[in-house]
Write a new protein. Structure first.
Lengths: 332, 265
């Protein structure tokens, strides 16, 4: 049974339709006009317990609005949401007990107090026992190095520290369902790596995760399933590997040859592959279709005949696929 | 049950710590809190001399002003901007993901923040009492009922503040609402001038709103301007306002959260 089920979920907002400038403002005051804007357009989504789902899309695609609908913050214009059998907007307080939410751009720390004070208040909110609170803080310290800045005022933290503290706030009650809205926004590589490892760990421990991010490495490292949303509609929903298999139709081998590469001659000699010159004269990139040739076949063919000094395989990039999905070049 | 109250206590403690986090601001509040009272006492002392206006002689006015100072400290001492900012900045989104009753949590915070006004209220009132020696309550019962009416100002103040903050869901701004609330409260409570000095129709307007209970009700009970039955009636009206505002807050919040937009991440 799904832990989360959204059916024909839509959210429309009304926006003032104002002309620019003073004249526009006065005109709007006298004659108010509004435009309806559909942020989420009839989406269907089911998430099974223990799944880690990436929810991605370009800016303004409706990701954050969806998260707000799923967490009960916003009331849907149409459609239904059930999280653990509850309507999160109607049964907001009961639902909030079982979920953890992090909005990367909004902190839940009390800005002028030490981090520890915020966590203690959350302990009371969720009725976390002293023993569980202590054990979870120890775990957060181990995985996120939280301990060193527990006594620091929230407003004095760096962005990375603030995000780690916010993550602890979202997880202090060991929620069954976690929504993370851009948890790695603005973080440096090392903090991102640490956060991703932590997220992988909580998913392995059985937590269900819905993650929105613009950072595709977050998605590949943490999630197995990806839902792509564009203009409020779901453009793709399926396993990440399937997305790659469907849409990544070519792979590449980068070769460093013993002498300068004659690309036209190579293309003539190996007509089944596409050839392109590399950065250096002796470097060349060979593109092939994995549907037609296995990687072993291609490598065997090239190494036997060209005796390269070095070679590397280009891993398929999901980034390119998603970019093409956003651009409407691909459809499911 | 203990968990429920532990949460209220935790919210109150957090709000108090936030107030105390800005120590210099807090200390200035204590030091300067009594200045308005001293100005009022000096002004009314000159105005009244040995006579009386609208039934207030200098004795009664001293007690009235000190009660007014005490109740004004409570009325204006709670935390309103932090509440309003949460709505205006979109942090309400975070609040709505927490397993707490929004109104009750804000009430606990409000009460916690009010604790920070205790030094101002106590030092100011005790200091003024010792300096100006106002008369005591007209009877011990009147004294007790005055205390009850002052205690009821705590939830009453929250009710009015909370309702005014919920208006931010529609207005998207708070400053004007705050000015309006404070102006209405200062004027119709009798903090600026006793209601007895106002024209009859204005007194009717004042008593048809909750503001009069902030200063005029406790002062009238204390000074014996109403008998025991009248005092109980005023307290009953105060309780009715507290309950009414609480449920009005619930009703408006239900409608307000349908207005939540919180665009962007």
């Amino acid at each position: 049974m799904p832990i989360l089920e959204a059916s024909s979920l839509s959210k429309r907002f009304r926006r003032p339709d104002k002309e620019s400038g003073f004249k526009g403002a006065v005109k709007h005051l006298m004659q108010r006009k509004y435009k309806n804007f559909t942020a989420v357009d009839s989406i269907d989504l089911q998430i099974e317990p223990g799944e880690a789902v990436a929810y991605v899309g370009p800016n303004g695609a409706g990701k954050s609005t969806t998260v707000k609908l799923l967490t009960g913050i916003l009331k849907p214009s149409d459609g239904t949401v059930r999280v653990m059998g509850r309507d999160p907007h109607v049964e907001r307080v009961a639902n909030a007990h079982d979920i953890g939410v992090l909005f990367g751009q909004r902190t839940q720390l009390w800005w002028d107090l030490p981090v520890e004070e915020s966590l203690k208040l959350l302990k009371h909110m969720y009725g976390v026992s002293d023993a569980d609170y202590k054990a979870r803080l120890e775990k957060f310290d181990e995985l996120l190095n939280l301990g060193e800045y527990l006594p620091a005022l929230a407003r004095t933290l760096s962005l990375g520290q603030r995000m780690r503290a916010d993550l602890a706030c979202a997880l202090i009650h060991a929620p069954k369902m976690v929504y993370l809205d851009e948890p790695t926004i603005g973080l440096d590589i090392s903090v991102k790596d640490r956060l991703r490892a932590f997220l992988r760990q909580i998913v392995d421990d059985g937590t269900t995760l819905l993650l929105t991010s613009h950072d595709l490495a977050d998605i590949e490292e943490v999630c197995e399933r990806i839902v792509v949303i564009d203009e409020g509609k779901i453009a793709y929903d399926g396993p990440i590997e399937e997305l790659k298999a469907h849409y990544i139709t070519t792979k590449a081998v980068n070769l460093v040859l013993a002498e300068p590469a004659d690309v036209p001659a190579l293309a003539e000699k190996f007509p089944d592959y596409d050839w392109a010159a590399g950065e250096a004269a002796s470097e060349v990139t060979v593109t092939y279709e994995p549907a037609r040739f296995s990687t072993a076949e291609v490598l065997g063919d090239l190494t036997a005949q060209l005796l390269p000094r070095d070679l590397s395989l280009s891993e398929p990039s999901i980034e390119d696929v998603i970019r093409r999905l956003y651009a409407g070049e691909l459809t499911k | 049950m203990s968990h429920t109250f532990a949460m209220d206590r935790a919210f109150a403690a957090i709000a108090l710590r936030r107030k105390l986090a800005y120590k210099l601001h807090w200390v200035f509040g204590i030091v300067l809190g009594g200045a308005g009272l001293l100005v009022g006492l000096a002004m009314w002392s000159n105005l009244l001399g040995s006579g009386e206006i609208a039934g207030y002689d200098w004795d009664a006015m001293r007690a009235y002003l000190i009660i007014g100072f005490f109740t004004a400290t409570i009325a204006f001492g709670g935390e309103d901007w932090l509440m309003a900012d949460r709505i205006l900045d979109g942090l309400i989104a975070v609040d709505l993901t927490k397993p707490v009753d929004f109104q009750r949590a804000r009430a606990a915070e409000f009460m916690g923040a009010l604790v920070s006004t205790v030094p101002t209220a106590v030092f100011g009132t005790v200091g003024a009492w010792l300096l100006f020696r106002p008369p005591g309550p007209v009877t011990p019962l009147a004294g007790a009922l005055t205390a009850v009416s002052i205690l009821l100002i705590l939830p009453l103040s929250f009710g009015i503040t909370y309702l005014s903050i919920l208006v931010c869901f529609w207005t998207k701004r708070y400053l004007g609402i705050m000015w309006l609330r404070e102006a209405l409260l200062s004027f119709f409570s009798g903090m600026m001038i006793p209601l007895a000095l106002m024209p009859n129709w204005m007194q009717v307007v004042a008593w048809s709103m909750p503001f009069a209970h902030f200063t005029t009700t406790p002062a009238n009970i204390y000074l014996g301007r109403v008998d025991t039955f009248g005092a109980l009636g005023l307290i009953a009206a105060e309780i009715a306002w507290v309950v009414g505002l609480w449920f009005a807050g619930r009703l408006i919040f239900k409608r307000a959260i349908k207005k939540v937009t919180v665009h962007g991440g």
